[in-house]
Design a protein around this ligand. Structure first.
Ligand code: ADP
Ligand code: MG
Length: 737
C-alpha cells in the first residue's frame, strides 16, 4: 500500500517556509500615491485633452451616450500615449457576456507605416468599437433569430484601465456588447437601460414634489464580497473544487465554525500577505477597497469597497473577483468564490448595498442620498415616498428578484443556516416600522403637516447607521440610508439582480407619480397631503413584504405562505418568474429588455443551471469511481487479508472480520447510490431538447441522488484508514497548520 499524494502534500505544506508579504513597496508608499495609476478616466484626460474635446467627452459620459466620432481620434491618441508610456503593447475591449465573467480579445498597437516601418497605432474607431464574433458566447437563442455577429462599444463613463499579467500590460476598454440589431448580449447594456428608466421616473416624481433642476438620479452600490482562501495544493487534489467550485463529497469535521472564533479574528499572516497584494493591485486599478475581515467560516474572508455609482461598481466587482483569483495563486492559495464550497459551514454572499442619489446644479440637492431620512419636513416626505416605492416594488416583484439571484451555487446557500432564505422579504428596523405602521393606519383626511407630527414622522431623526438594528437573516434590509440586498450570490455579477431591482422601483415610482398627479388640485389639499395619502396606500398595499423577525425560522416559512409570498427554493422554479406576464410587462414597457432579450436571459440562465448540474453529477460519479471506491476497496481488501492471516494463524478473536463487513456494507450502499445516480443522469442527458424538463429532473431526483451518494461516501471517509484516503479532508483544507 502506498500512501496517496494527499499525505505527501501535507508534509510539503508543513515544510514550506511561511509566506511573507512580497516586497512591492506598498507598505511604505501611501496608498494615495498610486491609487488609480493604472486607470485613465475623465480626471486624467482633462489635463491631456483640448478643452472642447474634453467638454464633449464629459457630456457623453454624463448623458451615457456613445462617444462622438469627431473627438474619438483625439481621445484615442491621448489614451494611446498614456498606455504606451506605461509599457502597454496591446488593447482590448473588456465586456461582460452572460457568463458572469468578463471577456477580452487582445489586439496589438503594432502597425506598419507606408514604408513598412513598425509603429504604434490606435484609432478612434478602435477605441469606440470592436467586433468580436458573438457566436461563441451564451445568447439564449438570440443568435438563432439574429445575426451571429455582434460588436462591443466603449462605455466612456467607465475609465479605461491597464491589466498587468507578469510583464505583459494590456489596455482594457470597458464596453457594452450588442448584436447588430442593437440586442443586448451582455450584462451591462440592460443595467444602463435600467438606470435610464429609473432616472426618468425618479426625476418626474422629484419635480412633482417640488425638487426642480435635478439633472440625474443614479443608484449607488457598495458590494461586500465574501470568499474563501484555501491552500492551492489541497485544491488541486479535489476534482470537485476544480471542476465545480464546491466540494461534492467530504465528511463534516468535528470542529467546524461552532467555536465562533473566526469572525473578525486576527487575519493569519499568510492570508494578510495575499489580501494586501490583492488590495494593492485593486488600488492601482482605482478600486476603492476599504474594509477587510475574517468571515464566520474558517478560511472565509470579506472585502468591501467604498460605494460608487452602480455601473462602475459592477465593473469594479468584476475586477475584485478576477484579481482575487489571480493574486491568490501567487501565494499558493486558491480563492473560492462559489456560494457554498463546503457543506455544513457558512457559504458566501455578495451583500449589495444600494441607494439612490441626486446629481444637480443646485448644490443643496447635489449628492443627496434619497434614502437618507433627512431633516426638514420636505426631506422626510421625500424619503417616505421613495421608501414607499421600494416597498411596493419589492412586494410586487419579489419572485422576479428571486429569479435575479438564481444559480446552482446560490441554491445551496439560500435557506441554509447563515444565508437569507429563498423567500424575499424586507427588514425595516423597529423605528421605521413604527412610522410605517402608524402612517398605514392613519386617516387619509389628515392634513400632512399635522399628520407628520402625529405619526411620528416629524420626530424621525436622521437614522444613524449605528442606530439601526440589524437583521442578518433578512434578504433585503434597510440599513440606515441604503438597502442591503444580501441574497445575491458571491460569484454572481451584480448587474442582473440590480437591473431587476431598478426596473421594479422605476415602475413603482412611475405609478406613485401618476397617483399623485391624478389627485392634484383636490380642494383644500396641499401636495404634501396628497403625497402622504399615496404613501399610505403604498405602505398598506406592500404590508406583506415587511418582516422583522427571524427569517431562518420555520414559523416564517409558514407565515410567508399565509401572506402569499413566493418561496422559490430551486433555481428552475425561480427562473420561471422571468416568464410571467407581470415580469414581461415590467421589463419590456420600461425598455430594459425586448421580449426576445428577456427570453434569452431565461434560456441562458436555465442552460447554465443545467450545465452546472451535469458537471457536478459527472464529477461526483468520477470521484466515486476513481478515488472513493478504489480507496475503500483497498482498505476492505487489506482487512480481509489481515483477517485471513489471523484465522490461518489460529487466532480466535478476529475483529477484522466485523470491520471488513462494516466497510463492505458501506461500499455496497455507495455502489447502489452511484448506480442510481448514473441511471438518472443517463435519463437527464436524453432530455437535452426539453430544457425545462431536464432542469426539473436535475434539481429534483438527480440532486437527491447526489446527496445520497455523497452521504455514502462521507460515511466511508470516516471509516477508511486515513492514510489511504485520497482526497484532502475538510479539516485539512479549512484548518491549515
Ligand atoms: P456592514 O456592516 O454591512 O458589513 P460595511 O460598512 O462594511 O457594513 O459595508 C457597507 C457597504 O455599504 C460599504 O461598501 C459602503 O460603501 C456601502 N454604502 C454605504 N453607503 C452607501 C450608499 N449610500 N449607497 C450604496 N452603498 C453604500
Ligand atoms: Mg457585511
Amino acid at each position: 500500500m502506498t500512501a496517496p499524494v494527499r499525505k505527501s502534500t501535507i508534509r510539503e505544506l508543513i515544510a514550506r517556509a511561511p509566506h511573507g508579504a512580497s516586497n512591492d513597496g506598498s507598505g511604505i508608499v501611501p496608498t494615495s500615491a498610486y491609487f488609480g495609476i493604472n486607470t485613465f478616466g475623465a480626471r486624467q484626460m482633462r489635463d491631456k485633452l483640448p478643452k472642447d474635446v474634453y467638454a464633449k467627452l464629459v457630456a457623453s459620459i454624463r448623458q451615457g451616450k456613445k462617444l462622438n466620432l469627431d473627438i474619438a481620434p483625439t481621445v484615442a491618441q491621448v489614451i494611446k500615449e498614456w498606455a504606451i508610456s506605461r509599457g502597454v503593447t496591446h488593447f482590448t475591449h473588456w465586456f461582460q457576456p452572460q457568463t458572469g465573467l468578463t471577456a477580452v480579445k487582445h489586439d496589438a498597437f503594432l502597425s506598419f507605416d507606408d514604408d513598412k516601418q513598425p509603429m504604434e497605432s490606435f484609432t478612434g474607431a478602435q477605441l469606440i468599437q470592436s467586433e468580436p464574433d458573438a457566436s461563441s458566447f451564451p445568447s439564449g437563442g438570440l443568435r438563432a433569430t439574429w445575426e451571429a455577429r455582434g460588436y462591443t462599444a466603449w462605455n466612456p463613463a467607465s475609465p479605461v484601465f491597464i491589466v498587468e499579467s507578469g510583464n505583459t500590460r494590456t489596455l482594457c476598454i470597458p464596453s457594452v456588447f450588442i448584436g447588430y440589431n442593437g440586442e443586448a448580449l451582455d450584462e451591462m447594456t440592460p443595467l444602463l437601460r435600467s438606470s435610464d428608466a429609473l432616472n426618468e421616473k425618479a426625476i418626474a416624481l422629484l419635480e412633482l414634489l417640488g425638487d426642480k433642476g435635478v439633472q440625474r438620479v443614479y443608484t449607488t452600490m457598495g458590494a461586500e464580497q465574501e470568499y474563501f482562501l484555501i491552500d492551492r495544493s489541497h485544491f488541486a487534489l479535489r476534482p470537485d473544487l476544480v471542476m465545480s467550485g464546491r466540494s461534492l463529497v467530504g465528511a463534516p469535521p468535528p470542529r467546524g465554525q461552532q467555536l465562533e472564533d473566526h469572525y473578525f479574528g486576527g487575519i493569519p499572516e499568510r492570508i494578510q500577505a495575499c489580501i494586501s497584494e490583492v488590495e494593492h493591485e485593486l488600488y492601482k486599478l482605482g478600486v476603492p477597497i476599504v474594509t477587510r475581515h475574517n468571515e464566520v467560516a474558517p478560511c472565509q474572508f470579506e472585502m468591501a469597497p467604498m460605494f460608487e455609482e452602480t455601473d462602475i461598481a459592477v465593473d469594479h466587482n468584476q475586477m475584485v473577483m478576477a484579481v482575487l483569483r489571480k493574486v491568490a495563486l501567487r501565494h499558493n492559495l486558491q480563492a473560492i468564490l462559489h456560494e457554498k464550497p463546503f457543506a455544513g459551514i457558512n457559504g458566501s454572499g455578495k451583500h449589495c448595498n444600494w441607494s439612490l442619489s441626486i446629481a444637480a446644479e443646485n448644490s443643496e440637492l447635489d449628492g443627496t442620498n434619497l434614502l437618507n431620512p433627512g431633516k426638514t419636513p420636505h426631506q422626510k416626505i421625500r424619503f417616505l415616498v421613495f421608501l414607499a416605492a421600494i416597498l411596493k416594488a419589492v412586494h410586487r416583484h419579489s419572485g422576479l428578484l428571486r429569479a435575479g439571484i438564481a444559480s446552482s451555487g446560490n441554491e445551496h446557500r439560500l435557506g441554509a443556516n447563515e444565508a437569507p432564505p429563498a423567500i424575499i422579504s424586507v427588514f425595516m428596523g423597529s423605528m421605521l416600522t413604527r412610522v410605517i405602521e402608524a402612517i398605514a393606519a392613519g386617516k387619509s383626511s389628515a392634513n400632512a403637516a399635522q399628520a407628520m407630527i402625529k405619526l411620528g414622522v416629524a420626530r424621525l431623526p436622521e437614522i444613524e447607521k449605528d442606530n439601526t438594528d440589524r437583521n442578518r437573516t433578512s434578504p433585503f434590509a434597510f440599513t440606515g440610508n441604503k438597502f442591503e440586498f444580501r441574497a445575491v450570490g458571491s460569484s454572481a455579477s451584480i448587474a442582473f439582480p440590480i437591473v431587476l431591482l431598478n426596473a421594479a422601483v422605476a415602475e413603482a415610482l412611475g405609478e406613485i407619480t401618476e397617483e399623485i398627479r391624478g389627485k392634484l388640485g383636490a380642494r383644500g389639499k396641499s401636495v404634501d397631503d396628497i403625497v402622504l395619502a399615496v404613501v399610505r396606500e403604498a405602505f398598506k398595499e406592500s404590508e406583506a413584504i415587511r418582516f422583522e423577525g427571524n427569517n431562518y425560522s420555520d414559523e416564517w416559512v409558514k407565515e410567508a405562505e399565509k401572506r402569499g409570498l413566493p418561496n422559490l427554493r430551486r433555481s428552475p422554479e425561480a427562473l420561471d418568474q422571468l416568464n410571467t406576464r407581470q415580469s414581461k410587462t415590467l421589463l419590456t414597457r420600461l425598455g430594459i429588455f425586448t421580449k426576445a432579450e428577456l427570453e434569452s436571459r431565461y434560456h441562458v440562465r436555465l442552460e447554465r443551471y443545467i450545465k452546472d448540474m451535469l458537471i457536478e453529477a459527472h464529477t461526483l460519479k468520477e470521484i466515486i469511481d476513481t478515488l472513493v471506491l478504489p480507496a475503500s476497496l483497498t482498505y476492505s481488501g487489506s482487512l480481509a487479508a489481515s483477517a485471513a492471516h489471523a484465522v490461518a494463524a489460529g487466532i480466535t478473536r478476529v475483529p477484522q472480520i466485523a470491520a471488513a463487513n462494516e466497510i463492505g456494507a458501506l461500499i455496497e450502499t455507495l455502489v447502489e447510490q452511484r448506480n442510481a445516480l448514473d441511471s438518472l443522469l443517463g435519463k437527464a442527458e436524453h432530455m437535452h431538447d426539453d430544457a425545462p424538463r431536464q432542469a426539473k429532473l436535475l434539481t429534483g431526483a438527480v440532486a437527491d441522488a447526489m446527496a445520497l451518494a455523497r452521504a455514502a461516501s462521507d460515511a466511508l471517509e470516516l471509516k477508511v484508514a486515513d492514510e489511504l484516503w485520497p482526497l484532502p479532508k475538510y479539516r485539512e483544507m479549512l484548518f491549515p497548520v
